[in-house]
Write a protein that binds this ligand. Structure first.
Ligand code: ADP
Ligand code: MG
Length: 271
């Protein structure tokens, strides 16, 4: 008999911006959590040597703790499969592939590796669409780790902080997207641009939003993420904001984002 075809192909979303501090990790964790809470099996992969996603889900970051668990490093540079490295999270439907500090070296070690741009894509292909979503949290650089994420992804989600210089670096990011799509991954597309740390009471935020709307059109997501202290506190409790304080404005905003992403992909809100 032919192999059973999975009900759905995995949607891989990379959260990318080469700037640090724009809300990539906050968005990756809380979107992935939202998708999982909505009933979709979701895998979150921490591709950043800073491993803030991993720490934010309650995993210890001391060297000895990191050395005891497999991370995305072992998958990119070793024989390890994603299945072997999967860790549970406080949400049933959400699994994590941890990041680790040795990813700093991965950028150099990957240069010599076979299919160096495809390592993550190849690893994800072995999962046979067991997950409905895979969310990739990227480092703040357009390096080989981010390139692996761009080659593995179908959609790019770009958080932009609502500040005067929000658009700085965006043209470089978009041209990287185009180059990667041409050279490695024709399926790659911009999923959406997300305004983070948005304060709708200030002229600056409104001005930035208007500029981005002009630049990105429909790709600018309707959801904006407000500056909310609960979002900054949740990681130190090892929790997505939905579990830490579901009634906060931050939790509400990430529920809206989840809904918008599902709608844009024509996927039912609850599974
Ligand atoms: P990146 O991954 O792009 O470097 P982070 O998601 O780690 O950015 O966010 C940078 C810092 O800002 C973190 O301390 C985070 O907790 C905080 N932060 C992110 N988004 C918000 C928000 N909407 N409101 C308040 N603090 C936020
Ligand atoms: Mg980060």
């Amino acid at each position: 008999a032919p192999p059973e075809t999975p009900a759905h192909k995995t949607k891989v979303i990379a959260v990318v911006n080469q700037k640090g501090g724009v809300g990539k990790t906050t968005t990756a964790v809380n979107l992935a959590a939202g998708l999982a809470v909505a009933g979709h099996a979701t895998l979150l992969i921490d591709c950043d040597p800073q491993a803030n996603t991993t720490g934010g889900l309650g995993f210890r970051r001391q060297k000895d703790a990191e050395e005891q668990r497999l991370s995305i490093y072992d998958i990119l540079l070793g024989p390890t499969t994603l299945m072997e490295a999967i860790q549970p999270t406080p949400i049933d439907n959400l699994k994590l592939i941890p990041g680790s500090k040795n990813l700093i070296g991965a950028n150099i070690e990957l240069v010599e590796a076979e299919r160096r741009e495809y390592r993550l894509r190849d690893a994800i292909a072995l999962l046979n669409n067991d997950f409905r979503f895979i969310v990739l949290d990227c480092p703040p650089a357009l390096d080989l780790l981010t390139l692996n994420a761009l080659v593995a992804a179908e959609g790019l989600l770009v958080p932009l902080q609502a500040e005067y210089y929000a658009l700085e670096g965006v043209s470089e990011l978009i041209s990287t997207l185009d180059k990667v799509a041409q050279a490695f991954n024709p399926e790659l597309a911009l999923e959406g641009v997300l305004l983070t740390m948005y304060d709708d009471r200030t002229n600056l935020s409104q001005q930035v939003a208007a500029n981005l709307k002009e630049f990105f059109g429909d790709k600018l997501l309707k959801t904006t993420i407000p500056r909310n202290v609960r979002l900054a506190e949740a990681p130190s409790h090892g929790l997505p904001v939905e579990l830490y304080d579901p009634r906060s404005r931050g939790a509400e905003a990430y529920r809206d984002l989840t809904k918008e992403i599902l709608e844009r992909n024509n996927i039912a809100l609850s599974n």
